[in-house]
Design a protein around this ligand. Structure first.
Ligand code: DMJ
Length: 647
């Protein structure tokens, strides 16, 4: 047997060990004949086994190829849809997620070997490395919870008064010299606030939880909650209350609630909806909410969702003029004017700029910012009444409707707000915005600012048809004192702050003088010298929608002065919300009449109560100004904080 073993080895090595002769070529047949029967059997066995393996492997390869091409066909339409909305530089993972292949709930699988068809060893290594990199990225990327916020670099500090006109950088207009990633998002341990809150902040947290739990129980994933009937309704069909509340959850430090909300965004939120949405509303509430949450948490999930939404809103800008259409279908991309007429609201087309600019800075793609800068420049170039604008503008002609009202209330309000805030967002480098804001405030002083009788409350009226003064003031106007205080803090004239202080007092009186201590939606100020009461409330205007504007201004005033009277004012208002708008079985509701002894509910929890009202109250009642510092963040119109850039 040892000899047989030696023979077998000698064949396998190709030598004729027996004869000790040098190696020479022999025919296959001669070699075969010289083999022992054991050697022949082993060779036959090897050949049979090889053949059998081939029979199994070849069809499998063929089948695999077939599957990939069918799969490709099946997903082609979907993928085209994604390509349509994905940013040019969008990551492959963004596309995977959109297609449902990168679902955050799904366990991330390690890279699979042997999937790609490869010829060269180098290619193999390259693709394997790509897969591993991608896998590691995905593990990093969508790990839930807090991570480091985006890059921190300080904004350019400027002297209090902007350094004088001569030192102001030139207006770069629609072609901004991006300093991407220059935004300053200071680190803050949001989810570690237990034991650090003031008693009043704890009360706000309780109120928030009370509303949140009811929404979760009866309306989870739906846009709006009706707490009396415990039902829900859709507006955009995007879980509006959740998305609008995301950054409030972070700022209030509510980790379990935030985790639930994030999970919903990761697994349920889609903008692939055959739904017409209002450009302004979805921008300030949803785009703003996603971007702010991205900046606070550094979690790319929110950035990816913001990019998807931003792309779907862009068709609004394909109008015959530089004024965008007010509505767009999220799925079909069809944009159009509002159903009620040919005009867009001036405040709506001018209150999308902070969000679209931020999206450009985040993506390093200037298409979003350029779209909204075109609108801003167009509105800047239109004739105005001492900086004041009519509330309607036509998206076909690009002109104001000259006979429309001038107001700082509905449809006019945030045009002025975004002038100041864009100047701040761009590091006070774009003076077009600052100049328009200054001119508008001069226009206010000239045409709209009056004192009531008998108490001399300072208020802002309206010009009906652009001409006739009316002593009417919407609660919406009460954002203005806070915004003017913010301007003053950024170097605008002292008298802006004087006006801000007096307007804040007036807005508080709109609450304090009502039997419920809640403000009506609209008041008229008495002008008659002999009148006994300053405030007149008409029956159709007596409702309260849980709006934030007054507590927003109280927050700014407290941050800038440290005067606790503003906290006390806010506490009075908060107590009134608790007393009259809290629904026994869960949630808060808007009410019909702030003058009525007995509250009647309108059965609606507006998403801005959670996004804005409770957020501003929480910030107002705290003494930690490093929680959303106002030299690093600028709040959008829905109280979503966005970073201030250096240009
Ligand atoms: C919010 O949606 C925003 O603050 C908007 O700018 C005005 N209206 C509501 C709150 O009142």
């Amino acid at each position: 047997m040892p000899g047989a073993k030696r023979d077998f080895l000698s064949i396998s090595l190709g030598f004729d060990d027996e004869q000790k002769e040098p190696r020479k070529r022999q025919s296959f047949w001669r070699v075969w004949k010289r083999l022992s029967s054991l050697q022949r059997s082993v060779i036959c066995l090897i050949i049979v086994l090889g053949g059998l393996s081939a029979l199994y492997i070849l069809p499998a390869i063929h089948h695999g190829n077939k599957l990939s091409s069918e799969d490709a066909k099946l997903t082609k339409d979907k993928r085209q849809a994604v390509d349509k909305v994905a940013p040019e530089n969008g990551s492959p993972f963004f596309k995977d997620k959109f297609l449902g292949q990168g679902n955050d709930n799904q366990q991330i699988q390690p890279p699979q070997a042997g999937v790609p068809k490869l010829n060269k060893q180098d290619d193999l290594k390259r693709v394997a490395k790509q897969q591993i990199d991608e896998y590691n990225k995905r593990l990093q990327k969508h790990k839930p919870g807090m991570r480091r916020p985006p890059q921190h670099k300080p904004v350019v500090d400027r002297p209090p008064n902007g350094g004088g006109e001569e030192n102001q950088p030139v207006d770069r207009g629609a072609d901004p010299d991006f300093n991407v990633d220059q935004h300053a998002v200071p680190p803050y341990d949001y989810f570690n606030q237990e034991g650090k809150r003031t008693a009043r902040q704890e009360a706000v947290v309780d109120a928030f939880r009370f509303a949140w739990q009811a929404y979760k129980k009866y309306a989870w994933g739906h846009d709006e909650f009706h707490p009396i009937t415990r039902t829900h309704s859709e507006w955009f069909g995007v879980g509006l209350t959740i998305v609008d509340s995301l950054d409030t959850l972070v700022i209030l430090g509510l980790k379990p609630e935030f985790d639930d909300a994030r999970e919903w965004v990761a697994t349920e939120l889609t903008f692939e909806k055959d739904k017409d949405v209002n450009l302004f509303e979805i921008t300030i509430r949803v785009l703003g909410g996603l971007l702010a949450t991205y900046h606070l948490t550094g979690d790319d999930l929110f950035k990816d969702k913001a990019i998807d939404l931003g792309n779907r809103l862009l068709p609004c800008f394909n109008s015959p003029s530089n004024v965008p259409f007010s509505d767009v279908n999220l799925m079909t991309s069809r944009a159009h004017a509002p159903r009620w007429g040919p005009d867009s609201s001036t405040s709506e087309v001018t209150t999308i700029q902070l969000e679209f600019r931020d999206l450009s800075r985040v993506t390093k793609d200037d298409k979003y910012e350029n779209s909204v800068m075109t609108v801003s420049k167009h509105i800047h170039g239109l004739p105005k009444k001492d900086g004041l604008v009519p509330i309607f503008v036509n998206a076909n002609t690009g002109s104001f409707r000259g006979t429309s009202t001038i107001t700082f209330g509905a449809r006019g309000d945030s045009y002025y707000e975004y002038l100041l805030k864009q100047w701040i967002q761009t590091g006070k480098t774009n003076n077009m915005f600052k100049d328009d804001f200054l001119e508008a405030i001069d226009g206010v002083k000239k045409h709209l600012l009056r004192e009531s009788s008998p108490s001399k409350l300072l208020y802002i009226g309206e010009l009906l048809g652009g001409r006739t003064f009316s002593p009417k003031m919407d609660h919406l106007v009460c954002y203005l004192p806070g915004t003017m205080a913010l301007g003053y803090k950024n170097g605008l004239p002292d008298d802006h702050f004087d006006i801000a202080k007096r307007l804040t007092e007036t807005c508080f009186q709109m609450y304090a003088r009502m039997p419920t201590k809640l403000s009506p939606e609209i008041v008229y100020f008495s002008q008659a010298a002999q009148s006994k009461e300053d405030l007149i409330v008409k029956a159709p205007d007596a409702h309260n929608l849980l709006r934030p504007e007054t507590v927003e201004s109280l927050f700014y005033m407290y941050r800038f002065t440290g005067d606790k009277k503003y906290q006390d004012m806010g506490w009075t208002i908060f107590q009134a919300f608790l007393k009259h708008t809290k629904v026994e079985n869960g949630g808060f509701s808007s009410i019909h009449n702030v003058k009525a002894g007995k509250t009647t509910f309108r059965d609606k929890l507006e998403s801005f109560f959670l996004a804005e009202t409770l957020k501003y109250l929480y910030l107002l009642f705290g003494d930690d100004s490093s929680l959303i510092p106002l030299d690093k963040f600028v709040f959008n119109s829905e109280a979503h904080p966005l970073p201030i850039y250096s240009s």
